[in-house]
Ligand binder design. Sequence first.
Ligand code: HEM
Length: 354
Amino acid sequence: MLPIQDADLFADVSIADLSRTPIRPLGLVSDYVVERLPYELARSQEHKTPAALADEIDRILASVKLADVDIPLARVDLRMIQSAVIKSGGAPKENLLRLCEEISRLTRGPNIITYGDVVLNNPGTDPRTTTPDKIGYSEASFDRLHFRAEQYCEAITERLEQVIELLEARDVDKGCENLAAAIPYISDIIRIMKFFDRMSRDHFKVFRNNMSAHSGLKGASGYFSPGIALIDLYFAGAHLPDKQLDTIETDLSLGYYEKRDQLRKAMQRARGKNHAVGLADQINDKDLYRTAANFAAAVLNYRRAHHRTVALKLPEALTDSLSGTIGTTKPAELLQERREPYETLCAYLESKAS
Ligand code: HEM
């Protein structure tokens, strides 16, 4: 079977049947992560105690050096191992502790697996998963779909950057044109949310747990999607609540996000009111407000589609009877807090457009 294609996402097949192009920065350790770790983790309780698994892993890691290797991918491998040890109930031992601290220092990131590890730096042609067989295939599909959403986010942020430049130069017609051209990509993300309907809830329960918060740190959630954060900052900017801007800024400084330089620039624009809606407020043109209202409605629709997917695949999160992957005890409240500013913004932009 070829690397996962959109049409095959969540098919009833095993990840063992995936044809791979190996990318293994840590040699035998990367081979272990891809070929054995998911099986060890699945069988760890009956087959090997968590302590025995942690010992075995530490022996394998003894010779690892982080010089002259692909650091982002080496980090994915080490984080997969760290999650496996911790989520199986074991405690990381000396070599794993040392390497995890070193990779956190080198990448200026938190000492936990991140969304960037799982989605952005996890190679589509040689995916790392924490589960084997058919569940492993669902896990790889889940990661791949998030990656596809990030690609559309990238197309949107590129256009928003152009919109901002054009509006700064007071080229309102071209600004409107570019803003309108970004809207179909938001529909593509909404289409992606529907793809998750195919995912088995039983499978999701298993691999989601391996990505969740531990040691007081936040887990690998879409919450840390750099693409969605960039859209929010470049478009809505200062119209977002201070609490949201402050949280993104803090998490950015702690290294939870990829695309940090771009996010810092977008944050500056948001704080300085030089983002798309901020510039529309300076220009005060009805056509521009109309296009911005359409864009805001599309983002709100994306958040509604996301909410629908959560209701289908993780309904416990919406009654707050289950912690979110980031560790929040109130995921439903958080989702509502992110939706509400767009409801307000839609009403505001509509009133300005009419
Ligand atoms: C089955 C699929 C999904 C489920 C079950 C799901 C679930 C959740 C949950 C429970 C939260 C609350 C925070 C937490 O994780 O602790 C959350 C937040 C979030 N998720 Fe997802 N998610 C899914 C797919 C996606 C996708 C594809 C994206 C887009 C890249 C995404 C982006 C976000 C964002 C940006 C937040 C922060 C809240 C917001 O800004 O609206 N999620 N998700």
